[in-house]
Design a protein around this ligand. Structure first.
Ligand SMILES: Cc1cc2nc3c(=O)[nH]c(=O)nc-3n(C[C@H](O)[C@H](O)[C@H](O)COP(=O)(O)OP(=O)(O)OC[C@H]3O[C@@H](n4cnc5c(N)ncnc54)[C@H](O)[C@@H]3O)c2cc1C
Ligand code: FES
Length: 270
C-alpha cells in the first residue's frame, strides 16, 4: 500500500532556470520505493492546483547508517505544479502519495542494461542505475537534451560506473542530434548473442522511436510512459495507454496501475 504523507521540504536545489531537485522527508516512501515507481506530489498546502502531479522517485536519501530517510524528485518547470516545486523552500510541507505503479524489471549479468533518457526522463534512472550496479550489470546511459547545460548528474552516473553516451540538439555537448541515433548504431554493432535490456523514459516521440529501434534489432525494451495522471491510483482513467492484450487485440490500460513501466512492443504507438 502507498503512504500518504505531509513531507517536509529538506532542500531545493536549482539546476537551471527550469530544472530543480527537491528533497523531501518521507522515510516510509523511501524505504518502499523501487526503481521506476512514482509519487503523486503537490508542494504547499494551497488549493491551486487542486490535484497532485506524478513524479518519478529520483533518489533515495539515507542516514549515515543507510536507513532511508527521504526521496528527491527531479522536476522540470512547465506549469503551475512544477512552478510550486521549483520555488518550494526548506521547512515547507508537500503532500506526497507513494510509491505508486509498477517498477522496472531488473536484468542480471550476462545481460547489459542500456538506459535511454530524454530531458527530465532521466529521473527514474538514478535508482535504476544503483540497483543494476548492486547486481553487477554493465550499464550504459544514452542521455539526450536540448543543450549541454541541460545534461545533469553526469558525475553521479560516472561514479556508479555507468558509461555515458550524450547527445544534444544544438551540438553543445556530446553528439549533435537525437539520442536514438547512437542507440541504433550501437545496437547494430552488438553481437546478436549478447543480451541487452533497453530501459527508456522521456517524451512520447522519443519513446516511440526507441521502441521502434529496439524492435528493429529484436531487443527487449521497457518504457516508462508519461501520461497525464489525475489520481495515480486507478480511479480517473486519465492515463490510459492502448496495449495489446493476450487476445491479440488492443485494450486501454491505466498506466498508473499497469505502468508507468510497460513493455514497449505491446504498446500501440500512434
Ligand atoms: C509516471 C510519471 C512520472 C513523471 N515524472 C516526472 C519527473 O520525475 N519530473 C518531471 O518534471 N515531470 C515528471 N512527469 C511529468 C509531470 O507529471 C508533469 O510535468 C506535471 O504534471 C506538470 O504539472 P504542471 O502543473 O506544472 O503543469 P500542467 O499545467 O499540468 O501542464 C503543462 C502542460 O504540459 C502538459 N502535460 C502535463 N503533464 C504531462 C505529461 N505527463 N506528459 C505530457 N504532457 C503533459 C499539459 O497538458 C500542459 O499542456 C511525470 C509524469 C508521469 C506520468
Ligand atoms: S491516473 Fe487516475 S486512473 Fe490512472
Amino acid at each position: 500500500m502507498p503512504f500518504d504523507v505531509a513531507a517536509e521540504v529538506l532542500s531545493n536545489r536549482a539546476l537551471s532556470s527550469d530544472y530543480n531537485v527537491l528533497a523531501l522527508a518521507a522515510p516510509a516512501i523511501a524505504a518502499a520505493s523501487k526503481p521506476g515507481q512514482f509519487v503523486m506530489l503537490k508542494a504547499g498546502t494551497g488549493m491551486d492546483p487542486l490535484l497532485r502531479r506524478p513524479f518519478s522517485v529520483f533518489e533515495i536519501l539515507r542516514s549515515g547508517d543507510g536507513t532511508p530517510t527521504g526521496i528527491t524528485v527531479l522536476s522540470k518547470r512547465i506549469g503551475p505544479s512544477t512552478s510550486l516545486i521549483y520555488s518550494a523552500r526548506p521547512g515547507q510541507v508537500a503532500a506526497v502519495l507513494g510509491p505508486l505503479g509498477r517498477p522496472f524489471s531488473l536484468v542480471e549479468p550476462p545481460a547489459d542494461a542500456w538506459m535511454v533518457a530524454g530531458g527530465v526522463g532521466l529521473a527514474p534512472f538514478a535508482t535504476l542505475a544503483e540497483a543494476l550496479r548492486a547486481r553487477k550489470v554493465k550499464t550504459t546511459l544514452f542521455y539526450g537534451a536540448r543543450r549541454g547545460d541541460e545534461l545533469f548528474y553526469l558525475d553521479f552516473f560516472r561514479t556508479l560506473g555507468v558509461e555515458l553516451v550524450l547527445t544534444t540538439e544544438d551540438g553543445s555537448s556530446g553528439e549533435r542530434g537525437r539520442v536514438v541515433a547512437p542507440l541504433d548504431r550501437q545496437l547494430a554493432a552488438r553481437k546478436p548473442d549478447a543480451p541487452v535490456m533497453i530501459y527508456a523514459c522521456g517524451p512520447e516521440g522519443m519513446l516511440a522511436a526507441t521502441a521502434k529501434t529496439a524492435a528493429k534489432h529484436s531487443r527487449p525494451c521497457q518504457v516508462s510512459v508519461e501520461r497525464i495522471m489525475g489520481c495515480g491510483m486507478g480511479g480517473c482513467y486519465s492515463c490510459v495507454v492502448p496495449m495489446r492484450g493476450d487476445d491479440g487485440k488492443f485494450h486501454h490500460v491505466r498506466s498508473c496501475m499497469a505502468g508507468p513501466v510497460l513493455a514497449a512492443d505491446q504498446i500501440r504507438w500512434d
